[in-house]
Write a protein that binds this ligand. Structure first.
Ligand code: AMP
Ligand code: MG
Length: 398
């Protein structure tokens, strides 16, 4: 058995970033950008009015006489209009500034009478309310640097430059295989001895919380050949494979032999931790394979601790081992040395308290838990008021 830190280090070594790919911009939310993007256009592409008002030449204002308004420019007009000398044109936000105009006066600052404009607010500035061509970004300038994580603002910015596809590290295609003869799909009839299968949906949602989709979900019986075939099929199409159940020491736990039968390399099997001790990590070519335990709480803890960092690395982000925050615990906690404990807790008045029902088959504490508390392998006793390491569940993806 290896320690939590050793396991993380193995996962880091045996996970590689996926090969970059050109994808439609609309499919790149959360992806790591794998190229510098230079603007293909000036933005704005033409001088624009920044207000609803009147376009004119500054000299006309200086002359201090009523200015004739001779027509209008609408937003979206594609004609490059000329402003007749000494006149004003009605103009709207985003409309092209007519040739010869250098200033826009807000409509709130003028009075129009008999087709003539007079200023009612004399505080005007030459060149005001004009968005110069290229004033957001010039053609050829760096718009977004390689390594950025694509967010909605970046998507908006790039779409506004007319860009439709970009080079990113793709997100892994993820396969889930749940094993267990006892498993029944929620909604179906439950016979004595059977339980509802909850790991696949839980994992799918856990992945969605991090912006990842699942490509395939298979449920298989505890039959070596079936598990073997399911793994073989999944590894052909997926970049990451998650199995649950069948990874422990029971007579019907066939995952590790099915992994070996697929000529995958087992990197480690079993970790000095609770829950989640039976975790298996293997690799076939570049596909990391996690043999997660069957017990639902173990599945979620292992996902949070080990699968998330692996997903980050596959997606082109640095492999990060997050340090928790230190916080005092509100009651003593005893444990045997030799296993790291992961516990669900809540925070009250700056102190963390551990919840009840921490057994690995129970998910009840996840309903209200705010934090995961990590008690180190070599600790036997934590006293009330001692500092413990705490991870906010809402922050596990950061
Ligand atoms: P195993 O590791 O296969 O021995 O499973 C350990 C425990 O987790 C057993 O009580 C299983 O019934 C339960 N379990 C396994 N897979 C699932 C699943 N997909 N959903 C809910 N419980 C499961
Ligand atoms: Mg099983």
């Amino acid at each position: 058995m290896i320690s939590v830190d050793e396991a993380l280090s193995f996962i880091n070594t045996h996970t590689s970033s996926l090969t970059k790919q050109v994808l439609p911009l609309s499919q790149c939310l959360g992806n790591v950008l794998a190229e510098d993007i230079f603007s293909p256009i000036d933005s704005p592409p033409f001088p624009q009015s920044a207000m609803d008002g009147y376009a004119l030449e500054w000299e006309s204002i200086e002359s201090n006489r009523p200015i004739p308004v001779q027509g209008l420019v609408q937003t979206g007009d594609t004609e490059n209009k000329q402003l007749p000398k000494g006149t004003a044109l009605r103009i709207f936000t985003g409309a092209p500034l007519p040739l010869g105009a250098d200033t826009v006066v807000m409509q709130e600052h003028v009075q129009i009478k008999d087709g003539f404009l007079t200023l009612i607010n004399p505080a005007q500035t030459k060149g005001s309310h004009v968005r110069k061509e290229g004033s957001q970004i010039n053609k050829g300038a760096l718009a977004v640097a390689s390594g950025c994580i694509i967010n909605s603002g970046i998507v908006g910015f790039l779409a506004g430059l007319g860009i439709t596809q970009i080079t990113v590290v793709p997100k892994p295609k993820i396969g889930i295989i749940v094993t267990g003869k006892e498993l029944v799909r929620p909604g179906d009839e439950l016979l004595y001895g059977q339980i509802y299968e909850s790991n696949s949906l839980m994992l799918k949602m856990a992945l969605q919380e991090g912006g990842f989709d699942v490509l395939t979900i298979e449920t298989v019986d505890d039959v070596p050949s079936l598990i073997e075939n399911a793994i073989q099929k999944a590894v052909e199409t997926c970049d990451l494979l998650l199995l649950t159940g069948g990874v422990s020491v029971g007579d019907f736990d066939f995952v590790s032999q099915a992994v070996l039968a697929n000529k995958a390399e087992i990197i480690f099997h079993k970790i000095k931790q609770k829950p989640g001790k039976p975790l298996l990590f293997a690799r076939k070519k570049n596909v990391p394979i996690f043999g997660l335990p069957g017990n639902p709480a173990s599945v979620l803890h292992c996902f949070q601790t080990y699968v998330i960092p692996s997903l980050h690395k596959l997606s082109g982000k640095p492999f990060k081992i997050t340090q928790g925050k230190k916080m005092p615990i509100n009651a003593p906690y005893h444990k045997k040395v030799g296993l790291t404990h992961f516990m669900k807790g809540i925070v009250k008045n700056g102190e963390v308290s551990l919840l009840t029902n921490q057994e690995s088959y129970k998910l009840n504490p996840f309903v209200i838990s705010e934090v995961i508390v990590k008690i180190p392998e070599d600790t036997a006793l934590v006293n009330k008021g001692d500092m413990v390491e705490v991870f906010w569940i809402s922050n596990l993806w950061n």
